[in-house]
Structures are given as C-alpha cells and as structure tokens.
Design a protein around this ligand. Structure first.
Ligand code: NAP
Length: 290
C-alpha cells in the first residue's frame, strides 16, 4: 500500500505575534524545495496568553521544530527541556528542536548579527555603541557585540527603563562586562548619546510593516557620516529610521542579512543540511521587489 500524501512530511514553523510581516515561511519553504527535502514551514500566530498551550501543541502534534519571534523569545525558555550554552548566556531563544519529545532552545540570531556586522568589526571594536530595545533581539545583539566585537561602552535604550536595567545586570553577571549605561527612549533626550555612538542598533519593532512611518527617533542631529546604523526590522527593507540616518551620510544596514543567516543556522539544526544562502537571498529580493 502506498503512503498517504504528506505521511512522511516533517513540519516546522514560526510562532509569534504579529507574524503577518514575516518572510521566514518563504525562506524556509524555498530552501526545502531547492534541497529537495520533505519539510514544510508554517506560520502560527500565537499570543502571549496561548504560549504555553502552543508549546504543548508542538509536543502533541509532533512538530519537528520552531522559530520563535516577537514577543516570545524570553518567556518560552521556561517551557523547554534543554538550552544551548549560548541561550543560557543570552536569555532568549529563537529556534527550537524537537528530539523525540525533548524540546531544546537555541539562539541563531547570533549568526545573523555576526554576518550583518562582520565587515564593520574594526569600527565597532573599542567604540561606543547604542542598542535600542531590551527584548529578545536586544539580548542577542548585546551578547554578540560583547563576545565578538568588543565595544568600549554599550548604552541600552528602552521605553521601559527597568527592562534596560535588567539587561545591564544580566550581562554584567553573565559576561563580566561592566561598561553599560541605560537610558529611557525619549528621542530629544537621546540626541547626544546617539550622536556619540559609532554603531546604533534598532532592536524594537518600531517602523515595522504596517507602521512603516514610525521611527525610534526622527531627529536628524542623532546621525552623521561616521556612523553605522543597523535596523533589525527587515520589512520594509529600508525603514524610516535608516532613511533619516542615510540622509545624514551614515552607513545603514537593514534586517534582511540577519534574517537569512539566522534562518540558515536554524535550517541546519532541523535538517542537518546547509541552506543555499545566496540563492535564497536572490529569491527573497525578487519576491520583495515583485
Ligand atoms: P521583543 O522581545 O518583544 O522586544 C521588543 C522591544 O521593543 C522591547 O524592548 C519593547 O520595549 C520595544 N518596543 C516594542 N514596541 C515599542 C513601541 N511601540 N515603542 C517603543 N518601544 C517598543 O521583540 P524582539 O524579538 O526583540 O524583536 C524586536 C524587533 O527585531 C522585531 O521587529 C523583530 O521582527 C526584529 N528582529 C529581526 C530579526 C532579523 O532576523 N532581522 C531577528 C530578531 C528580531 P518595552 O520593554 O518597553 O516593552
């Protein structure tokens, strides 16, 4: 007797809220096709109230792996059986593997951030940098900066200042890095800090589709030509934040490189195969410009 359709298909997916803007289903499903493997990737819109049930559902349905996005990267840790060493240093998960009912959390955002910033390593080393945000993305970028880029000082800027302070304490203890400042996200008060930063990272969803007119700061004086501005938001590829900075001569980089490289590492964890990164980037660009 023949197997029924999809009997051997492995299911992986994305949980987050909102997720309509995500390109991860496109990236992964194109990669499965290119590598000719029997996997499918689906987006699941899961609110914070449903997170625990969603994890139980992963186990009950035998879902083979997940990506985790805004706002669940920190909270999901308590529902997992095991964590990679990096996750214990970061405090956030963006990828889960399901090994016969044992869920393990990883953080592949690190690979995405390294790929995005590697050409600026000399500029960042020994410089002052600012990270806007204190959620899962900010945790990954702070860890990656300290571990691989060695900045002289990191200012963590957040709407809720207590969360910025929590990150400062967390990383001071975990990574023995004490050169932190924290500031509340009030644009006029931040101009000097931002202007004095060699690198500014937006690790908040401000400016993300459909709210593409929003920006963490609209103040041009925050930017100049000797800066690197990295926006983790990838939809739209050039956010308002980046376009204001670009007009002042700063080098700007959007979230698409990070997206593809973190996806490649997650793909490898699930399938033990390499994602064809260049082909995927080309397909993504074509899809976006369609
Ligand atoms: P998260 O854990 O939910 O954290 C969100 C952060 O943004 C918090 O610091 C929050 O501040 C702040 N925030 C949210 N809405 C805000 C608003 N309206 N005004 C001011 N601050 C606001 O989210 P995340 O996982 O870190 O993701 C952040 C962004 O990075 C998302 O857009 C995500 O898509 C993007 N990202 C992209 C990639 C990539 O591959 N390119 C990877 C990771 C993340 P409070 O603490 O005050 O709530």
């Amino acid at each position: 007797m023949k197997n029924s359709f999809f009997a051997n298909t492995k299911l992986v997916g994305l949980i987050g809220h909102p997720i309509k803007q995500s390109y991860s289903p496109f990236i992964n499903n194109v990669a499965f096709q290119l590598n000719n493997i029997d996997y499918i990737y689906l987006p699941f819109d899961v609110t914070s109230d449903d997170l625990e049930n969603a994890v139980k559902g992963v186990l009950a349905l035998g879902i083979n792996g997940l990506n985790v996005t805004i706002p669940h990267k920190e909270k999901i840790i308590e529902y997992l059986d095991d964590l990679s060493e990096e996750v214990t240093m970061i405090g956030a998960v963006n990828t889960i593997t399901n090994d016969n009912g044992k869920l393990k959390g990883f953080n592949t955002d690190v690979q995405g951030i390294v790929a995005t910033l590697s050409s600026f390593k000399k500029d960042i080393s020994g410089a002052k940098v600012s990270v806007i945000g204190s959620g899962g993305g900010a945790r990954a970028v702070i860890y990656t900066l300290i571990r691989f880029f060695k900045p002289a000082e990191i200012t963590i800027i957040n709407r809720t200042i207590q969360r910025a302070d929590t990150l400062q304490s967390f990383f001071s203890e975990k990574m023995r890095y004490d050169n932190f400042k924290t500031e509340e996200l009030i644009p006029p008060d931040l101009t000097e800090t931002l202007h004095n930063s060699k690198l500014i990272v937006n690790a908040t969803p401000i400016g993300m589709f459909p709210d593409s007119d929003d920006t963490p700061t609209y103040l041009e004086e925050s930017f100049h030509e000797n800066q690197i501005i990295f926006d983790m938001v990838y939809n739209p590829p050039e956010t308002k934040f980046l376009s204001v900075a670009k007009n002042q001569g700063a080098k700007v980089v959007g979230g698409l490189t990070m997206l593809v490289h973190q996806a490649a590492k997650s793909f490898e964890l699930w399938t033990e195969q390499k994602m064809p990164v260049e082909k995927i980037s080309d397909s993504l660009e074509l899809m976006i410009n369609e």
